[in-house]
Design a protein around this ligand. Structure first.
Ligand code: NAG
Ligand code: NAG
Ligand code: NAG
Ligand code: NAG
Ligand code: NAG
Ligand code: NAG
Ligand code: ZN
Length: 393
């Protein structure tokens, strides 16, 4: 070999050392389009594509209620396979040359909806939907575009390895923020009475947010006894909707209705008999809310989509969910809705967790290894888990 090639041989042997990430693979949760079947596969470790990207080595990720809409085959990109998951915390392992406020080793939250690079526009980059494919966060590594704007620094020295604290921050990636924002969308003021429909992890954190923010009484509506017990443990009044009409149960205690109500279910809601009724929760919100009160739709709603390889059951979702405009008008209700934007609420929620005035990780029911993910999607779908988190060694 002529000496002219020598430098590149050194470079090559450096890249191929055991610590190198060249062509490295990672374990990641992938969606192939078959309902009730997620897979854990090897995928390439992502690398910097744009100068503004960062790569994060994920320490903890989670399974979310909105992942179940994919799992059940109702939503998702046709271009299978793609990576699932949109909630994570971890350490920055690489930064693009234009990243200025963050460095390798920083401890960060990756929000489900990251910055799109366009100010003044609300359409964020979403992880774990395949459309477009920014990758999933139920994986060992992620590439985060517009890292300076997208990543939420964690002001916490993790040398003690406090798992609870890490999980508290993880909840800010989506569900704590979504519950908190739902309350804001409803027009909430301290002293209000609040009915939260759905006591899945996001609904529980909406009830928790209402109590933190000074609600006078909070009702938590669900059918699953374990969820209602957890709601009661934080001080909410449990309402079991499959025992009798939840609106009547609440009105028996609040004759004028509650001042705020939240839909923390989204589509795929079921009635007392266990049958799908996608308009049921919005109807209940209008019925249970006092005149001049506010309602918020925080659960996911899609409709009018055709079935594809990635979402084989999408056509079975009704294109429109009916909502009575005359009832809204007669009661003079206000309404808010939309996807969560963690970046808008991050500072407040990070401060609450840092000061231990909020410990939202009380919703976590299991901490698992990524290889156990298929089993735990099933358990979560069957309401046998509150919130499942995935730890990487
Ligand atoms: C689940 O999906 C994977 C990937 O497509 C496939 O290999 C596997 O056979 C499926 N499992 C079942 C039980 O169908
Ligand atoms: C890189 O950044 C440009 C400019 O902001 C953007 O248009 C493009 O989509 C980005 N590419 C990737 C792969 O993220
Ligand atoms: C931080 O703590 C979490 C939880 O124990 C752990 O997964 C992670 O590896 C820790 N990181 C460091 C650098 O200690
Ligand atoms: C770990 O963090 C939790 C939640 O912030 C806190 O209540 C607990 O005291 C911490 N434990 C230790 C050992 O620092
Ligand atoms: C209500 O639903 C829960 C969970 O599905 C079930 O355990 C309970 O037995 C049901 N109760 C009634 C009265 O139907
Ligand atoms: C679904 O398919 C129909 C018929 O091909 C088409 O007219 C419609 O635009 C499609 N809807 C969506 C959301 O792609
Ligand atoms: Zn989520």
């Amino acid at each position: 070999m002529s000496s002219k090639y020598f430098p590149s041989c050194i470079a090559l042997s450096f890249l191929m050392s055991p610590n190198a990430t060249l062509a490295a693979t990672m374990r990641a949760v992938a969606w192939f389009g078959q309902p009730y079947n997620v897979s854990v596969i090897d995928m390439p470790v992502p690398s910097i594509v744009n100068y503004t990207d960062a790569i994060v080595r994920i320490t903890t990720s989670a399974i979310c209620g909105s992942d179940l809409h994919f799992y059940h085959g109702y939503m998702g990109s046709p271009n299978v396979p793609w990576g699932l998951g949109h909630e994570a915390v971890g350490y920055i392992s690489e930064v693009g040359s234009a990243v200025s406020s963050l460095q390798v080793g920083d401890y960060v939250i990756i929000p489900d909806n990251a910055h799109s690079g366009h100010y003044g526009q609300q359409h964020p980059i979403s992880f774990g939907t395949g459309l477009p494919d920014y990758g999933g966060l139920q994986a060992e590594y992620a590439r985060v575009p517009f890292a300076d704007e997208s990543l939420i620094p964690i002001p916490f020295n993790n040398q003690t390895g406090n798992v609870t604290k890490e999980l508290d921050y993880l909840m800010i990636a989506d569900i704590f923020t979504t519950g908190w924002q739902a309350l804001t969308y409803s027009g909430f003021q301290p002293g209000d009475t609040v009915a939260v429909f759905g006591a899945g992890p996001m609904g529980l954190l909406a009830a928790y947010s209402a109590l933190l923010r000074g609600a006078s009484r909070v009702y938590s509506v669900d059918q699953v006894p374990d969820r209602l017990a957890l709601a009661a443990s934080i001080g909410a009044v449990p309402i079991q909707f499959n025992v009798s009409d939840p609106v009547e149960q609440i009105l028996a205690q609040e004759p004028n209705g509650v001042t705020r109500s939240l839909d923390c279910v989204g589509f795929e809601s079921v009635n007392a008999a266990g049958q799908r009724d996608d308009g049921l929760v919005p109807r209940n919100l209008i019925a249970v809310t006092a005149n001049q009160g506010g309602i918020a739709i925080a659960g996911v709603y899609t409709g009018g989509q055709n079935s594809t390889r990635g979402a084989p059951r999408a056509s079975s979702i009704p294109a429109e969910v009916p909502l009575s405009v005359s009832s809204l008008w007669e009661k003079a209700l206000t309404m808010g809705s939309g996807i969560v934007l963690p970046l808008e609420h991050a500072q407040a929620l990070v401060d609450l967790v840092a000061s231990e005035r909020a410990t939202p990780s009380f919703v976590v029911s299991s901490i698992i290894d990524i290889e156990q993910v298929p089993e735990y999607y099933r358990r979560f779908s069957d309401h046998r888990e509150h919130k499942v988190v995935i730890r990487f060694a």
